[in-house]
Design a protein around this ligand. Sequence first.
Ligand code: ZN
Length: 272
Amino acid sequence: MATAVSDGSLQRPVAEGFVRNAPVSAVQAALREAGLPTDQITFPYIPLLVESGGRRILFDTGNGEFSAPTTGKLLENLAKAGVAADTIDAVVFSHLHGDHINGLRNKAGTLMFPRAKVFVPAPEWNWWMDDQRMAAAPEAQQAAFRNVRRVFGPIAQQVQRFEPGAEVLPGVQSLPAFGHTAGHTAFVFAGRGGRKLMFWADASNVDALFVRNPDWIVQFDLDGEAARQTRRRLADMVIRENMLLAGYHLSGSGIGTLAARGSGYDFKPLSA
Ligand SMILES: [Zn+2]
């Protein structure tokens, strides 16, 4: 059983450089084709709640108190779904960008899922916790390193690190999905109606752009070429194995089906 639970969304202007290898005119054409506004892009943030092996597992935790007022809605939406934060048994992170980890602890430092064990991909942890890499990073990137330390520093001893490819918890298979970040990880588990479901997190950003045009590279990717290959590899696996797909920045309910179309793919969200 898997449920997408929204953390809200954010509007960003359509600017040169958002897609590294396509001009704004092509980005706007893709948005127009999808029936979307061409001056702004809506970024949804959609953590996923999975019940597996008798456990309640949350994949990624949203923005918490650390972004715009249109975000940070995860706890509210969990409550609406009848899920109390202290009934979450495990929190599993796909990667350590702020929009995925900032919901773990609030500004006062309190853990929002007090009973949950916390799981992080080992290569992701090692990359961000490397002090030399942080010192060598440009100032603009240092904030992301500091943020990882703020969230995880005080609880580092309790964080369980796993190798992508391992079964993280019973019924939860992880898959290396490197490129967006050094240790970015996807997950496969039982979905709905006997169909497997893949949570590919940020293997693509918004689908009207990066699922339709899987060779486009978003500005946030650490290694754009690796991210592009990962996106195609995972998309082909979803189609070949007739899986459902969930993604952190996909549209609608955030869970849907994927089909090949032209040189890219189409994501069709299921109704929530
Ligand atoms: Zn993200």
